[in-house]
Write a protein that binds this ligand. Structure first.
Ligand SMILES: Nc1ncnc2c1ncn2[C@@H]1O[C@H](COP(=O)(O)OP(=O)(O)O)[C@@H](O)[C@H]1O
Ligand SMILES: [Mg+2]
Length: 238
């Protein structure tokens, strides 16, 4: 394993009953890198992420910063700095924006920054959330809710931020705004693993891309090699 590897997944495999949703899959995210996983609906993207976090049973190995974390619980992985923004956001709809954000810090109660400093950092990225700090999360627009979900993940001071289709259900302009914010975070050194179904959006940001199709990695490419849907379709249709 190379010295700069942040996350390495080896032969991760998962079943639902008799359905082999994730065939043995290996991938790598280096320190400071942004890696994208593209694939059609049902390809196994969410299963792969859930297996990485041990939210779903799997076989195979997961290494983080050179350490074998295969035996660690989801919570312990979060404490190590692996934080995911789940598909569908998973906010507490009846709680305020502030409460949702603050809850994100629970895996790092005595992190490097104070709670107020962490909140200020989130507000610098998403000024709209500051205006809505006392609003009930469930009353926000879809885009604002996704900002809360990303903000909540950042409150945990992640070393690797994993996002499962953050653009889902959002207007293109809002989705682009969120993707661009991820780009800014990455330029500051945050490792990011972005799962997307919408290739044109993800490719604004992507440098290295894994294409997942039918539960396996069909290709690993530099993003510059994917110029059209046609290029991707050949992998999707394996
Ligand atoms: N809880 C589950 N029980 C049974 N089958 C599931 C479950 N979750 C996902 N699957 C199946 O596993 C495959 C991969 O699903 P998923 O990982 O959600 O794909 P993606 O995120 O790429 O859309 C699909 O065929 C899906 O129907
Ligand atoms: Mg999914």
């Amino acid at each position: 394993m190379s010295a700069s590897a942040l996350l390495e997944v080896r032969d991760l495999s998962a079943h639902y009953g008799r359905v082999h949703a994730l065939k043995p899959t290996s991938l790598l995210v280096n320190e400071g890198e942004i890696v994208t996983i593209l694939g059609p609906n049902g390809a196994g993207k969410t299963t792969l992420l859930r297996a990485m976090l041990r939210l779903t049973p799997s076989t195979g190995q997961v290494f983080f910063k050179g350490k074998d974390i295969t035996g660690l619980s989801t919570h312990r992985r979060a404490e190590e700095g692996i934080i995911m923004v789940q598909e569908g956001r998973g906010l507490f709809g009846q709680m305020s924006v502030r409460e949702n954000l603050t809850l994100g810090a629970y895996t790092q109660p005595s992190g490097t920054m104070s709670m107020d400093d962490r909140l200020d950092k989130v507000f610098a990225l998403f000024p709209r959330l500051k205006e809505r700090i006392n609003q009930i999360a469930g009353s926000l627009s879809g885009g604002e809710q996704q900002m809360v979900a990303v903000g909540r993940a950042l409150m945990a001071e992640p070393k690797l931020l994993i996002l499962d289709e953050p653009s889902l259900g959002l207007a293109p302009r809002v989705a682009t705004e969120i993707i661009e914010t991820l780009g800014a975070l990455n330029r500051k050194g945050l490792g990011i693993l972005l799962v997307e179904q919408k290739a044109p959006l993800a490719l604004k940001l992507a440098k290295r891309v894994y294409v997942l199709s039918l539960g396996r990695i069909a290709a690993e490419l530099p993003a510059t090699d994917i110029k059209s849907h046609h290029d991707l379709a050949q992998y999707y249709l394996h």
